[in-house]
Ligand binder design. Structure first.
Ligand SMILES: Cc1cc2nc3c(=O)[nH]c(=O)nc-3n(C[C@H](O)[C@H](O)[C@H](O)COP(=O)(O)OP(=O)(O)OC[C@H]3O[C@@H](n4cnc5c(N)ncnc54)[C@H](O)[C@@H]3O)c2cc1C
Ligand SMILES: NC(=O)c1ccc[n+]([C@@H]2O[C@H](COP(=O)([O-])OP(=O)(O)OC[C@H]3O[C@@H](n4cnc5c(N)ncnc54)[C@H](OP(=O)(O)O)[C@@H]3O)[C@@H](O)[C@H]2O)c1
Length: 479
């Protein structure tokens, strides 16, 4: 019925924070409710009181125009429409190595296995597959993690096999993979943290969201607690969904967390945590917040945590995030309650301390819209110091260079044009080498965003194959 928006050919398909059902077009057949692998679509009559706000948001989305009425962030660029599927000639055989076993890899494998004679080998350095779905998605989001049911279906298709515990650069090289496969697809994600770029960022007492997330999810490389839980207050820089995840998990009731699949070592450490307040700093305003509407709605209804916005004067906007914050938060927390304090128009200048963190010097910002329509934070001369012994940066992720594989040190990605890897940034196409997911686009987007991204790359791979651009693998491996 084409009643779910944005559709793949609408501009914000790949970036929308939630889907919207057009009440005029929907015939209540329930097909989308049954098909959604993570149970994200529910009939209105099955929404809990906390979820009823989605009915209002859905109505607002359809009130003025069909798409792009301001509910989506104007700062996120629109994406290209999803391309049509390319078909390989019937008798063509294709062996593909995919490096990385996260969502982008699984979606790429699924697209490839829609062809007849394709064999896909998925390599990952870790012993367990699924990338950030296993080691990133918060343990209190079990519905999101249920996407692994879809991944298991993909893995069970003929032609699919895993090579787990195999690291590119240590256990196998790019040249070896090219030699034994018709094509290699890199799906290695963006495992490193980005830096803020202020003095004092390496003092003891600094921690990264990358490490904290990996720690509470039981990533084998992150067993030690990366932050001091004896402090009463933690300051987080950046207000994306990862910042909300970390703040929520650190402040949640441990008995509730014990019913999730949080790592045992993290649960043990959180049992004696003294943290009562997490202050989240954003250099821009509420309307430009990097967290998404569904995550904010979930947080505002959290049983254990109050969300506080002391700068009430900033909540006058008509956008969805300002409205939700205006109506769903107070200027201060109820006494004794654990709280997340959202502070806006505040940018870090310096992490203070001699031998360890004692505070964070910040500057008040104001917003300016540049020639491209981007809302930017500009520092004023109003400074302040926030006292804390723990500063946690949550300012995004970045890819790591892979031995023998081109890398762009400026964008921190594998250089590519629509998934075809370039020998160097701006250079020629490297034969038989492709990239998908965060290693291709950078560290933004939801699990589902990787589906359209992988389809685009696989279509180019298949087009190149049919145009005989791929050199057939000189020696083939067994399945
Ligand atoms: C903390 C966090 C929480 C998130 N929560 C959600 C959520 O709730 N809902 C949502 O929709 N999206 C969420 N996302 C976004 C989502 O996880 C990403 O869009 C998605 O995982 C990116 O997929 P990917 O395959 O590109 O990368 P990844 O998922 O990172 O997969 C990359 C894989 O490559 C492997 N690898 C890396 N280097 C090598 C090497 N040298 N050799 C072999 N293997 C290698 C890694 O081990 C990993 O398995 C979250 C992201 C983060 C960071
Ligand atoms: N539940 C979910 O669906 C879920 C959960 C987790 C992650 N994800 C997705 O995964 C992706 C990554 O999330 P993320 O939270 O790591 O990144 P993100 O959404 O890109 O947020 C990064 C935050 O860091 C800020 N920042 C960046 N550089 C800074 C600097 N130098 N100084 C101060 N602030 C700085 C950004 O501010 P500006 O906005 O001003 O640049 C922004 O607030 C996102 O697309 C996210 O939606 C989804």
């Amino acid at each position: 019925m084409n009643c779910i928006h944005p559709t793949p050919d609408e501009p914000d398909f790949a970036t929308a924070e939630m889907v919207y059902i057009d009440p005029q077009a929907c015939v209540d057949c329930g097909a989308c409710v049954r098909a959604c692998p993570v149970g994200a679509i529910k009939p209105a009559e099955r929404l809990s009181p906390d979820e009823m706000v989605f009915v209002e948001l859905n109505a607002l989305f359809h009130a003025d125009s069909d798409v792009g009425n301001g509910l989506e962030s104007p700062t996120r660029p629109p994406q290209a429409p999803v391309p049509p599927v390319v078909r390989l000639p019937e008798r063509e055989r294709l062996d593909v190595a995919i490096v990385g076993a996260g969502p982008a890899a699984l979606y790429a494998a699924d697209e490839l296995l829609k062809q007849r004679r394709v064999c896909v080998r998925v390599y990952d350095r870790l012993a367990a597959p699924h990338g950030l779905v296993r080691y990133g998605v918060a343990p209190d989001h079990p519905q999101t993690r249920s996407i692994t049911g879809l991944f298991r279906q993909i893995e069970s298709q003929p032609g699919f096999s895993y090579r787990l515990g195999v690291e590119l650069g240590t256990d196998v090289t790019h040249d070896e993979l090219v030699e034994t496969h018709d094509a290699v697809v890199y799906a290695t994600g963006a495992p490193l943290d980005r830096r803020i770029g202020v003095p004092g960022e390496d003092l003891p007492g600094n921690a990264t969201a990358t490490d904290v997330v990996a720690w509470y999810n039981g990533h084998p490389d992150h067993v030690e607690a990366p932050l001091d839980l004896s402090a009463e207050k933690i300051v987080v820089v950046g207000n994306g969904n990862v910042a909300l995840d970390v703040a929520r998990i650190v402040l949640s009731d441990v008995d509730t967390l014990a019913r999730t699949d949080i790592a045992e070592h993290a649960l043990d450490a959180l049992r004696s945590s003294q943290v009562r307040e997490v202050e989240i700093l954003a250099r821009r305003g509420p309307a430009e917040a990097a967290f998404t509407v569904p995550e904010l709605v979930g947080l505002l209804h959290h049983d254990d945590v109050d969300v506080v916005v002391p700068q009430r004067e900033l909540l006058g906007g008509d956008d969805a995030k300002s409205r939700l914050l205006r109506e769903g938060t107070d200027g201060e927390a109820a006494p004794g309650r654990r709280r997340i304090v959202l502070r806006f128009l505040t940018a870090p200048v310096e992490v203070l301390g001699e031998d360890a963190v004692t505070g964070l010097r910040v500057v008040r910002t104001r917003l300016e819209t540049d020639a491209l329509g981007q809302v930017r934070a500009v520092p004023t001369d109003e400074h302040d110091v926030i006292t804390t012994t723990t500063v946690l940066r949550s300012v995004g992720y970045r890819s790591a260079p892979l031995p023998g594989v081109p890398f762009d040190p400026v964008t921190h990605r594998i250089p590519n044009v629509e998934g075809r890897v370039l020998a160097e940034p701006g250079g020629d196409v490297l034969p038989a080498t492709y990239v998908v997911g965060w290693a291709k686009r950078g560290p933004t987007g939801f699990i589902g965003t990787n589906k359209a991204c992988s389809l685009e790359t696989v279509n180019h791979l298949l087009t190149d194959r049919t145009a005989a651009l791929l050199v057939p693998a000189p020696r083939r491996l067994g399945a």
